[in-house]
Ligand binder design. Structure first.
Ligand code: NAD
Ligand code: USQ
Length: 401
């Protein structure tokens, strides 16, 4: 299969590109290196020493004998380049990772909100419009987020994308239907993913584009089978307050003796998946495309759920780290339950890696190994969801009620 990977230099895109290449697929990457440029803006680097793209690709050729092509351009801005590439190379599938993916970064300022909306929505719309204009039947697999659902529960497991509803008609009869699960975004970033869903719905309905939307949980871990083969292939590891995600941050904090930064009570429950399972899920999704005429196919790409404070305790038990309960910079529920269906990937052969198996390997193999590259001043989360005055007045109202 010819697979075009948009955002193939990123944390999920790079190991996916290598995994698919190792399986024998022809892989080409498109990336504008915006994530590396944001490292410069934030004055912080991946904990792991990621190499420049051409060094990565040369190392992969040396190790595997396989070539991966790289095209440097902006999917959200350079529509003609994207269309020409699709027409010339005729990919069978496109995996779309090319979005700004950090919720805290998307909430830093009006400029960051606007960038995230411009980038993410234009990237997704450009991919869809280009596939339609090319006239080719290309399966698009998009990396979405569990956060499109919000993190609540209505007393049932969150279904895979669609909610069965019963509506009472004017004459009292009952009609059953399936609708997209109601969107409930918690940040500007998550809001762009809920809007992506509508773009997919429309292009699928109007143009019969075959689309798989993968509602992924928080990815943890660093290395996959292929990125371990040579240090020049190492995957990125974000630990800073904007891009670092909770479990990888805790692992790194334990390795550098920094108290684990639990927001609020740590009662937030979230869904998780290991990076090795991410690449396997994408393989499975590409091997099981929707049939022509099918509606958008949605999979919940997660393997387990955990409460933030339980994750912190798990790491304390293994490493003796301390926990610091901090005021929550976000506007989110202090405590929530989360029950999620993930039957579709399990039925297609996913054999999940659990936290129990992988945690200590991450602490010792990655976080401790590269601890000297850490800048402790970049650990605090400084992006606030609301101005401090607004947050304080809201809190006062809650306290009074
Ligand atoms: P990342 O920032 O590491 O990778 C994204 C890549 O896309 C970067 O290399 C960036 O340079 C590129 N990119 C962004 N905008 C682009 C544009 N307009 N044109 C070309 N390239 C562009 O993020 P990631 O963690 O690999 O996430 C990839 C996707 O998976 C995102 O869409 C994200 O929403 C989704 N996702 C990630 C996680 C996670 O925990 N990391 C969880 C759920 C979903
Ligand atoms: N948290 C802490 N301490 C920290 C960092 C985070 O307590 O030091 C808490 C947050 O307040 C939040 C939870 O941990 O309640 C998760 O935060 P996160 O930064 O790990 O994850 P999130 O912002 O939701 O975003 C990440 C990815 C995003 C993806 C999403 C999947 O960056 O791309 O879409 O996970 S999901 O969470 O399922 O929506």
């Amino acid at each position: 299969m010819r697979v075009l990977i948009l955002g193939g230099d990123g944390f999920c895109g790079w190991p996916t590109s290598l995994h698919l290449s190792a399986l024998g697929h022809d892989v080409a990457i498109v990336d504008n290196l915006s994530r590396r440029k944001i490292d410069i803006e934030l004055e912080c680097e991946s904990l792991t020493p990621i190499r420049p793209m051409h060094e990565r690709l040369a190392a992969w050729k040396e190790v595997s004998g396989r070539e991966v092509a790289f095209h440097y351009f902006d999917v959200a801005k350079d529509y003609q380049r994207l269309l020409d590439l699709i027409k010339e190379w005729e990919p069978h599938a496109i995996v779309h990772f090319a979005e700004q993916r950090a919720a805290p970064y998307s909430m830093k300022s009006s400029a960051h909100k606007r960038y995230t909306v411009d980038n993410n929505l234009n990237a997704t719309n450009n991919v869809l419009a280009a596939v339609v204009e090319s006239g080719l039947d290309i399966h698009i697999a998009h990396l979405g987020t569990m956060g499109v659902y919000g993190y609540g529960t209505a007393g049932m497991k969150i279904p895979e994308g669609y909610l069965r509803v019963k509506v009472e008609t004017d004459d009292g009869a009952q009609v059953e239907n399936e609708i997209l699960y109601p969107a409930n975004p918690g940040s500007i970033y998550h809001m762009t993913k809920t809007q992506d869903q509508l773009l997919f719905f429309f292009y699928n309905k109007n143009d019969k584009v075959r689309i798989t939307d993968l509602h992924q949980g928080i990815v943890w871990g660093t290395q996959t089978k292929e990125t371990r083969l040579d240090e020049r292939l190492i995957n990125r590891f974000d630990y800073d307050g904007d891009y670092g995600t909770v479990l990888n941050r805790f692992l790194m904090q334990a390795a550098v003796d920094y108290p684990l930064t639990v927001h609020g009570t740590g009662g937030q429950t979230r869904a998780f998946i290991h990076i090795q399972d991410t690449v396997r899920c994408i393989q499975i999704a590409l091997e099981n495309p929707p049939k022509p005429g099918d509606r958008v196919q949605i999979f919940n790409q997660m393997t387990e759920t955990h409460r933030v404070r339980d994750l912190a305790q798990m790491i304390v038990d293994r490493t003796g780290a301390q926990i610091d309960y901090l005021p929550n910079p976000r506007n989110e529920a202090d405590e929530n339950d989360l029950h999620v269906r993930n039957d579709r990937f399990l039925a297609l052969g996913l054999d999940p890696i659990t936290l129990d198996e992988g945690l200590m390997e991450e602490v010792t193999g990655i976080a401790r190994r590269y601890a000297q590259r850490a800048d402790r001043s970049k650990i605090p989360c400084v992006s606030l969801w609301r101005a401090p005055a607004a947050a304080a007045s809201q809190q006062a109202k809650v306290n009074q009620s």
